[in-house]
Design a protein around this ligand. Structure first.
Ligand code: NAD
Length: 289
């Protein structure tokens, strides 16, 4: 397939490289010359504008920072410029409202579009082991599945337009809250005189178990290898966790849902980011507890 790829940053760079590996002809555009050059080294054809990159495309994939950018990219340079037969896939994490609004503009112009945010970080993007949560019609999902499969280990239809983004922010709200809870439990365990490895051995096989504990333990030297073992570098940045929690709170406010744990997690991550730790892995919040 001829696939246009817009946004080749930390995540998009690896994803586009996996599309090339799967045998697709990938046409890349990014505002950053550095990101674009890396895409070229990974086998993508590079372009100086989005309109150029989407010419004759069978699919257009985007991996961009936020909803405002996704809206402006699709509305100004993709819709009406890519062939109407092209499937549009936005893999960025953005607010549900923007996702629905772009998909509706695309549909009005005759395009099929899905929101397909991912779970998994930069390592999973490079390895092609992301999990995609897809919002869109059943027909659009059937078309999106083979494109996304080349970049991930799981592709799940979450429901209609916007449902992928809804699933993503609900999932990451659990992640933010369980990480804080796991961190504070380790901090308390230590103060109560427990050996942290012993506490891990118990809790990881008891009802305190969660992904935050057993796959991403915030304590160095305990559990599987995680950013804690690398001085909290790499992994999932605090700034990105904060972004996702803010999206969850905004969505909750819109539909009148109560999210007390999500709210507290957002306050704690906002304070941690404000203290200059936005670039640190989100499990580093244990240092404040
Ligand atoms: P990034 O900042 O590394 O990459 C974004 C890229 O988009 C940059 O290269 C930037 O130059 C480009 N860009 C910005 N505006 C553009 C425009 N108008 N036209 C073309 N290119 C433009 O960010 P990232 O870490 O790759 O994240 C991308 C998306 O993936 C975000 O929505 C993020 O929330 C989501 N996400 C990230 C992770 C992670 O661990 N990094 C995990 C899951 C989801």
């Amino acid at each position: 397939m001829k696939i246009a790829f817009i946004g080749l940053g930390n995540m998009g760079g690896g994803m586009a490289a996996n599309l090339v590996r799967a045998g697709h002809e990938v046409h890349a555009f990014d505002l950053s010359a550095e990101a674009l050059a890396r895409a070229g080294e990974n086998g993508c054809a590079t372009h100086t504008s989005i309109r150029d990159a989407v010419q004759g495309a069978d699919a257009v994939v985007s991996m961009l920072p936020n909803g405002a950018i996704v809206k402006s990219v699709f509305e100004a340079d993709v819709i009406g410029h890519a062939p109407q037969t092209a499937l549009l896939l936005d893999c960025s994490t953005i607010d549900v409202e923007s996702a629905r609004s772009v998909a509706s503009d695309a549909a009005a112009a005759g395009y099929a579009m899905v929101d397909a945010p991912v779970s998994g970080g930069i390592a999973a993007a490079n390895a092609g082991t992301l999990t995609f949560m897809v919002g869109g019609s059943a027909e659009a999902f059937v078309r999106a599945e083979p494109v996304l499969s080349a970049m991930g280990k799981a592709v799940i239809h979450a429901g209609d337009t916007g449902a992928g983004q809804a699933a993503k922010i609900c999932n990451n709200m659990i992640l933010g809250a369980t990480m804080v809870a796991t961190c504070e439990a380790f901090a308390l365990a230590e103060k109560l005189g427990l050996d942290l490895q012993t506490f891990y051995d118990i809790s990881s096989q008891a009802s305190g178990q969660s992904w935050s504990m057993t796959s991403y333990c915030p304590v160095p030297g305990v559990g599987p290898a995680s950013p804690a073992d690398n001085d909290y570098q790499g992994g999932f940045a605090t700034a990105l966790m904060l972004k996702d929690l803010k999206l969850a709170l905004a969505a909750a406010a819109q539909v009148g849902a109560q999210v007390p744990m999500g709210t507290r997690a957002e306050e704690l991550y906002a304070a941690f980011a404000a203290a200059g730790q936005g670039g640190a892995d989100f499990s580093a919040i244990i240092k404040t507890l």
